[in-house]
Design a binder for this molecule. Structure first.
Ligand code: G3P
Ligand code: CA
Length: 245
């Protein structure tokens, strides 16, 4: 386990459980969220897609094949058929019977103990999302992510208050400036895209610079040295923030 003190702005780095504690339990399931909470992780990332009948569900891939015993596209499958699938056995037999959760069930499991970090893989109905966050008292805790800026803009138009971070595939200073213009307060990139000057700029222009794919102590330490303030990791015990930082 890496113990990190960030050198910049003296702000502690937090761990965000990637798809829940996905190293230890089937990703994007309540079992993975519970496993993250058990190690006192206080922010949990999850992926949202829509079923054929428009139910927001928590699953990463476009298809059901890899993480359930079903097959076919999530967007072509009605919720009741998704619900019947086993989303745990692929990880380990002890997770047999684990289900694909609705977004609402994920919020029930995560809030208010941890912050939900919600990656929108597809466009969702903005009023539906904001209403759900309000019902779970998560408006100030939730962070909305997407690679798709049009999706994020639709959420920003619905709510000036909800926190939004942009996921960025390739670094560009203009992308960071665009985030500020759009009212987003963080940028999230894969660990290997970050460098010290990039992190400094991102934190100056926005407030937060997060990295994903941070799955070993060396990567976590490198993030700490750059001033990255959030690491999205399959191992949420990777980063232990020292008290008082
Ligand atoms: O949210 C950061 C990260 O989860 C983006 O990549 O493929 O794991 O959704 P992916
Ligand atoms: Ca994700």
């Amino acid at each position: 386990m890496a113990v990190i003190n960030t050198p910049m702005k003296k702000r502690a780095m937090i761990a965000i459980a990637h798809r829940g504690a996905s190293a230890w339990a089937p990703e994007n399931t309540v079992a993975a969220f519970d496993a993250a909470l058990e190690v006192n992780c206080r922010a949990i990332e999850l992926d949202v897609r829509l079923t054929a009948d428009g139910v927001p569900v928590v699953i990463h891939d476009e298809t059901l094949d890899r993480t359930t015993n079903g097959s076919g596209r999530v967007a072509s499958t009605p919720w009741l058929d998704v619900r019947r699938l086993d989303a745990g056995s692929w990880k380990h037999p002890r997770f047999a019977g684990t289900r694909v959760p609705m977004l609402e069930e994920a919020l029930q499991a995560i809030c208010p103990v941890a912050r939900p970090v919600i990656e929108l893989k597809v466009a969702v109905d903005p009023p539906m999302l904001i209403d759900l966050l309000q019902r779970y008292g998560a408006m100030s805790d939730a962070i909305i992510l997407s690679f798709d800026s049009a999706i994020l803009q639709s959420i920003r138009r619905q709510s000036p208050d909800v926190t939004i971070f942009q996921l960025v595939k390739d670094w560009s200073p203009q992308a960071v400036r665009d985030c500020r213009q759009a009212g987003y307060t963080g940028v999230v990139m894969r660990f290997d895209q970050w460098a010290l000057d990039r992190a400094v700029m991102a934190k100056d222009v926005l407030a937060h610079a997060w990295a994903y794919n941070v799955n070993d102590p060396g990567a976590a330490a490198a993030c700490g040295a750059m001033g990255i303030d959030g690491v999205i990791t399959d191992y949420p015990d990777l980063v232990r923030v020292q008290p008082g930082t």
